[in-house]
Design a binder for this molecule. Structure first.
Ligand code: URP
Ligand code: ZN
Ligand code: ZN
Length: 470
C-alpha cells in the first residue's frame, strides 16, 4: 500500500510525505515515493495506492482506557470487544488497552483469573489490536505473589481503585506500590476519597436529594484532589514508585500534583503520569440538570466539572503536565441501565460512551478551537499512551518498522455529532449536537483498510493481543 500526498503528522513534526506499507508494517516515509515504489508496491497486482491529498496522515489512536464488556453489579457494559472495537476503529483508534472489571468473589482476587477471563471476552472478537491492564482489589500474599506472573502474560500495568467496593486501603496501596516498583509494573489508579463521596451520598439520599444534580455535589473536586495527593505521597513513600493516574478531572488535582512534584524527588523524575478524558475537556456539570432525567447520561465518576476545570486541563495537556487522553469508554443504555438511577442517582451504573469521538473531539476542541498543536494531539492520543504502556515504537508513531496503523483525517470536514452517525452499541452519545471541525475518513490497521467513509470493513477477531513487555 502506498499512501500519497498526505501531511504526515507525528509527535515530532509534520511534513508532506508518502507512506509505503508492506506486510502490515511501514517500510518508508518520504516525499515522492510514487516514482520508483509504485511498481514495487503493486508487484503482483496486490498493492493499493491511496491518494491522501488534503488529508492528515496520523498514527492510529491508542486509547489507554476502555471498559469493553465490563461486568459491574450484575450489569454488562453494552459494548463488547467486537462492537466496541468497531466503534474505536471508526473513530481512528487502532489500539485499546482495556481496564478489567473486578473478579467474582470465588476467585479471591486472583490477577491471573482476570487475564484469562478477559482473553475469553476479547480473543476472536476484537477488530483492532488490544492489550489489558490487570486489576487488583485484594492485596494478599497470594495476589502479591501473582503480580510477578503478569509481565509473562503480557500485562505490564494494573489498576487499583481508591473507591468502589474493590478499593484498597492506604496500607495496601503502600504494600502494592513497593512491589510494583520492584517488578517494573506500572500501576494505574482511580483517585477519589471514598469516605467523602459515600458520606455525601448518604446525606443527600437521606435528605431526598436523589436526582443526577447531586452526583457532582457528592464528588466535589477536593474528593478527587485529596486522593491524588495521598496516592502521590504513598508512591513517594514506596521509593518514588511509578504511577499513572487515570481520568484526572479537576484543576484542584493538577495543583496537588504540581505541589507533590515540586516537593520531593518526584520533581526530578517523570515517575508519575496524569491522564484526562474528552468528557472532562469538553462537557459541563450543568448537563446533570438536563430535562427528562437526561442528566443520568452523564453519570460517571469522577463527574463532569466546571469551565475553570476544563480550561486548566487543556492548559495542562498543552504544556505537558497531563500526558494522555483516554476515553474511559463504559457505555450503558439511557433507556435501560441508566434508568436505575432515576429515583436515586447512587443506583445508576457509572460511565458513559466515548471511544469513537476521541480524535475528532481533540482535533476540533483542541487543535481548532484552542490552538493545541497537531503534534501534541498525536502525542497525547497515540505516542505517549504507546510509550507509557510499552507499545512504542510498534504503535504510536509513523516510522519504518512500526505497524501500519494509520488514520486519514480530514481537518476541514465539518459535522454535527448525532448518535445515528456512530457505531457505539448504546442508545445515546454525550456529545449529541456538538459541531465538530475535522473527522477521520479512513482507518488502516496493520496495513488493512478497516474503515472508509464511516463504513467498517473488518472481520471479527482480526485484532491481535498485544503482549506487552517491560
Ligand atoms: O464512571 C466511570 N468512570 N466508570 C468506569 C469505571 C471507572 O471508574 O473508570
Ligand atoms: Zn475510574
Ligand atoms: Zn475507567
Amino acid at each position: 500500500m502506498l499512501i500519497k500526498n498526505g501531511t504526515v503528522v507525528t509527535a515530532q513534526g509534520q511534513r508532506r510525505a508518502d507512506v509505503l506499507v508492506r506486510d502490515g508494517r511501514i517500510v518508508e516515509v518520504a516525499p515522492g515515493l510514487h516514482a520508483h515504489t509504485d511498481s514495487r508496491s503493486l508487484e503482483g497486482g496486490a498493492g493499493e495506492i491511496i491518494d491522501a491529498s488534503g488529508l492528515l496522515v496520523l498514527p492510529g489512536g491508542v486509547d489507554p482506557h476502555t471498559h469493553m464488556d465490563i461486568l459491574v453489579g450484575g450489569l454488562r457494559a453494552t459494548d463488547d470487544f467486537y462492537t466496541g472495537t468497531i466503534a474505536a476503529a471508526c473513530g481512528g483508534t487502532t489500539t485499546i488497552i482495556d481496564h478489567m472489571g473486578f473478579g467474582p468473589p470465588e476467585a479471591a482476587g486472583s490477577l491471573i483469573e482476570r487475564v484469562e477471563t478477559y482473553h475469553g471476552l476479547a480473543d476472536g472478537r476484537a477488530v483492532i489490536d488490544y492489550g489489558f491492564h490487570g486489576v487488583i482489589d485484594h492485596v494478599t500474599e497470594d495476589t502479591l505473589a501473582e503480580l510477578s506472573a503478569l509481565p509473562g502474560l503480557g500485562v505490564t500495568s494494573l489498576k487499583f481503585y481508591m473507591t468502589y467496593d474493590g478499593r484498597l486501603s492506604d496500607e495496601d496501596i503502600l504494600r502494592l506500590l513497593v512491589r510494583t516498583r520492584e517488578l517494573g509494573i506500572l500501576p494505574c489508579v482511580h483517585c477519589e476519597n471514598h469516605a467523602i463521596l459515600s458520606g455525601l451520598q448518604e446525606r443527600f439520599v437521606a435528605e431526598g436529594k436523589r436526582t443526577a444534580h447531586y452526583h457532582p455535589l457528592s464528588r466535589p473536586d477536593y474528593c478527587e484532589a485529596e486522593a491524588v495527593g495521598r496516592v502521590l505521597a504513598l508512591a513517594h513513600a514506596a521509593g518514588d514508585a511509578p504511577l499513572y493516574i487515570v481520568h484526572t478531572s479537576t484543576a484542584a488535582s493538577l495543583k496537588v500534583a504540581a505541589a507533590a512534584g515540586a516537593a520531593g524527588p518526584l520533581a526530578s523524575s517523570p515517575s508519575w503520569f496524569l491522564e484526562t478524558c474528552p468528557q472532562y475537556l469538553t462537557l459541563d456539570e450543568a448537563l446533570y440538570d438536563a430535562a427528562d432525567d437526561e442528566g443520568l447520561k452523564y453519570l460517571m465518576s469522577p463527574p463532569l466539572r466546571r469551565a475553570q476545570d476544563r480550561d486548566a486541563l487543556w492548559q495542562a495537556l498543552a504544556d505537558g503536565r497531563v500526558s494522555t487522553v483516554g476515553t474511559d469508554h463504559c457505555p450503558w443504555n439511557f433507556a435501560d441501565e441508566k434508568q436505575r438511577g432515576r429515583t436515586d442517582f447512587t443506583k445508576c451504573p457509572n460511565g458513559a460512551p466515548g471511544v469513537e469521538l476521541r480524535l475528532a473531539l481533540l482535533h476540533s476542541e483542541g487543535v481548532v478551537r484552542r490552538a493545541l498543536p497537531l503534534e501534541r494531539m498525536v502525542e497525547v492520543c497515540s505516542t505517549l499512551p504507546a510509550r507509557i504502556f510499552g507499545l512504542y515504537p510498534r504503535k504510536g508513531t509513523i516510522a519504518p518498522g512500526s505497524d501500519a496503523d494509520l488514520v486519514l483525517f480530514d481537518p476541514e470536514r465539518t459535522l454535527t455529532v448525532t448518535h445515528s452517525l456512530l457505531h457505539e452499541n448504546v442508545d445515546y452519545t454525550p456529545y449529541e449536537g456538538m459541531e465538530l471541525v475535522g473527522w477521520p475518513v479512513a482507518t488502516i490497521s496493520r496495513g488493512e483498510i478497516i474503515m472508509r467513509d464511516g463504513e467498517f470493513y473488518g472481520a471479527p477477531g482480526r485484532g491481535r493481543y498485544l503482549h506487552r513487555t517491560l
